[in-house]
Design a protein around this ligand. Sequence first.
Ligand SMILES: *Cc1c(COP(=O)(O)O)cnc(C)c1O
Length: 456
Amino acid sequence: MDDRTGPLDAAHDHARRFLDGLDTRPVWPTASYEEMLDALGGPLPEDGQDATDVVETLARSAGPGLAGIAGGRFFGFVIGGALPAALGADWLTSTWDQNGAMTSLTPAAAAAERTAGRWIVEALGLPSGTAAGLVTGGLMANFTGLAAARQRVLGAVGWDVAQRGLAGSPPIRLVVGAHRHDTVDLAARYLGLGRDAFVLVGADDQGRMRPDALRTALRSGAGPTIVCLQAGEVHTGAFDPFDALIPLARDAGAWVHVDGAFGLWAAATPRLAWLTAGIEDADSWATDAHKTLNVPYDCGVALVRDSADLVAAFAIDADYIPGSGEDPMNLVPEFSRRARGFPVWAALRSLGRSGLATLVETLVARAASFAEQLARLPGVEIVNEVDYTQVMLRLKDDALTVEAGRQILAEGTAVLTPAQWEGRAVLRCSVSSWATTEDDVAQTVAAVERVLADLV
Ligand SMILES: *Cc1c(COP(=O)(O)O)cnc(C)c1O
């Protein structure tokens, strides 16, 4: 055995065993962070260790500190599993070790990324020619879309931000919903748009931006304006009413950005088209491949209608790089980068258009089934309108909800995660994994039922 096959064979063996064991291991980690620091910590050893032993040691030590995210009963946060084709492609991505920045050096990586981006644009019904850049996640996809927006709205008043920077520039208004994701604020901060730039727009009881409130907000000022909408509120899964909102923003001359980290994929099926109606009229869209599309971490997708806006924001000239207009790095904030196009290409190739639609429809059907079965348990109230993949429940009082949440995690069958909604404790259940079956839903409901029976 040469020094390459040993570690790879060990990794393959552990990967297989990990995946095979997902159904029977506790979904929440059984070891704490402190225990993991003990297991993996200590001083940097003076001498090295055999590579195969290193992989063996890592796999054995990490085991109890791993969450069952890749399995069928992880419903925490909004996470997503890993489709088998995407996982296989991701292994190859590491093995091939391509720097996915340039068409000349890594043509396969660039072509996979370009094709995957085009497929996403087609599958989601976005304007043809929309540019796609693969980034690390939704935060960076928001950053990328908003960077293109900043370039354009300032350019429209004669200020080239790439040339002149922000100091002394005309102020930008960033019009956002009350229920935007926190990463929009962070992305704005990266862009030099502090909280003073924000104009807050009220929402309805599901977190959807209200058109009348947007109209008022747009009238309250002038100048370069970006309106940031949302497809998929992180708790309720609610979608902003794009067909009412986007024309208002357009009339005000604003750039429209949509944070659709997990919700944009509703556009992949005609059955859910009512949720995203009008969304194609935006200027930029942010989504994740590592959530609803079930590509392994990490991968986000920034989509911008006019690639010139992305190129103006991100293209660089380096004298040692044989640049091409098609270089993936021209569309994203990074320079050297992982070849994320391979796993995204593989996920979409394995699903096809119909498989993608079925994937999304199935997640939504499981969420509906969840809500229906949970609502039948005594004392359980479903808090949100379950139109998409998110279900929120609460019990008679906050203390009970919090304690039930703690016990469900400890019980190990499934993961639901705690949160606050309108000032009250809730448990969130996000159906985001291709691996979730109807049996997983039933097992989870049964676990919740057992915990509740013990509690009351
Ligand atoms: C998850 C999420 C994000 C952030 O995406 P990351 O991939 O975690 O960076 C942004 N917006 C919404 C609505 C999300 O659900």
